[in-house]
Design a protein around this ligand. Structure first.
Ligand code: NAD
Ligand code: GLY
Length: 364
């Protein structure tokens, strides 16, 4: 088993990574000394595959599960469904010590995290993420949120879980497109912080795509460690945490222009990472070979790094509308070498346009 720790004083917690750890969920939750009643929040897709198993494993440790399901989809990460969950929580008569398990991908993690943070001013949250993206990113670090009709993740908070349990075997049922989307975030960690992770991905990408257990545990643990170290230093994104947004300034713009309908998150940030790398090359900060290395790895992974039928001007406009715009300045995370990035503001718009255009209509 691999264990990664997030150090945040009395809110510190562990991330346990192991194939089949779901079977031991009852044991780990029991060790937290909370109420015996447990609320599981999930959706019918994840629930359909794994809910009966999870209920059985919790009951083996005398835990008493209550279940709340929300439909599957980003559109249900909303205040309306938060309110639906509050109603359920009231009807279940939860108390301040009742653990809530977010059992699903990032949508469930963010929504369940948000209601858990706010119901009775906060219940203990346990993340059991079931997509690769949620295992390497959204379940760690405490960002919880729902979407506003006009802006994604606009209503939220920082609320750390008590524990994260990551079972790589759950990825066996994950659609291939979702796996690739998660891999994009793993590649991001390599570029921002860890060249040896990037090289490991290059060497093992075929095995990873075949869901080799050791490889998955390795890349998830290394990704979680990078995120955990950053969050331990800068929980509220006042500084270094912003480097986690490599590829996101452009990626978020692509997602929002296409109404969150065309791209999975990781697909959009893959394009974003290459555009932001192009910018770094234009500014003489980064060697062109570093862009090619990333492009090759994205292609091996099965992620596209070009886009079509989107106007460059609309991408720039959408970037300005993002909630990450600070003091009316666009911020970009730019690589200086594989494994190291810097944050830059006030970049000449011609450089940004040129870097975006380089990926427009580029061959697959
Ligand atoms: P998702 O939660 O929508 O899951 C993708 C699909 O996979 C869904 O249909 C889901 O039901 C299904 N699924 C989940 N686990 C499965 C499994 N084991 N087997 C089969 N199907 C499974 O998408 P996601 O990519 O996990 O998360 C995206 C969300 O995460 C977005 O809302 C994004 O804003 C959020 N996010 C949050 C953070 C954060 O720090 N809080 C970071 C990144 C992304
Ligand atoms: N996903 C970026 C962050 O958690 O800060």
């Amino acid at each position: 088993m691999k264990i990664v720790k997030v150090f945040l004083g009395d809110r510190s917690y562990s991330i346990y990574i192991k194939a089949d750890i779901l079977r031991e969920a009852g044991k780990y939750i029991k060790e937290l000394n909370l109420s015996n009643r447990v609320l599981i929040i999930t959706n019918p897709t994840v629930g359909g595959y794994y809910l009966n198993e999870l209920i059985k494993y919790l009951k083996e440790y005398d835990l008493i599960p209550c279940i709340a399901e929300v439909p599957d989809g980003e559109e249900y990460k909303s205040l309306e469904y938060a309110s639906y969950l509050y109603d359920k929580m009231i009807s279940f008569k939860l108390d301040r010590n009742t653990p809530v398990i977010a059992f699903g991908g990032g949508v469930i993690g963010d929504l369940a995290g948000f209601v858990t943070a706010t119901f009775m001013r906060g219940l203990p949250l346990i993340q059991i993420p079931t997509t690769l993206l949620s295992q390497v990113d959204s379940s760690v670090g405490g960002k919880v949120a729902v979407n506003h009709p006009k802006s994604k993740n606009m209503i939220g908070s920082f609320y750390q879980p008590k524990m994260v349990l990551i079972d790589v075997n759950l990825l066996r049922t994950l659609p291939g497109r979702e796996l690739k989307s998660g891999l994009s975030e793993v590649i991001k960690y390599g570029v921002i912080k860890d060249k040896s992770l990037f090289d490991y991905l290059k060497e093992n990408i075929s095995k990873i795509k075949e869901l080799n257990r050791e490889c998955l545990e390795e890349i998830i643990a290394r990704s979680c460690k990078i995120k955990a170290d950053i969050v331990s230093r800068d929980e509220r994104e006042a500084g270094v945490r912003a480097i986690l947004n490599y590829g996101h300034t452009v990626g978020h713009a692509l997602e929002s222009i296409t109404k969150y309908d065309k791209y999975r998150h990781g697909e959009a940030i893959a394009v974003g990472m290459i555009v932001e790398s192009n910018m770094a090359v234009e500014m003489n900060l980064f060697d062109k070979n570093g862009v090619v290395e990333q492009e090759d790895l994205f292609k091996e992974t099965g992620l596209k790094i070009n886009f079509r039928n989107i106007e460059v001007g609309s991408i720039i406009k959408a970037m300005w509308l993002d909630k990450k715009v600070l003091e009316e300045k666009l911020r970009f995370v730019l690589p200086v070498e594989i494994g190291s990035v810097i944050i830059k503001e006030c970049i000449d718009e011609e450089i940004i346009k040129k870097a975006i255009k380089m990926q427009e209509e580029k061959d697959d």
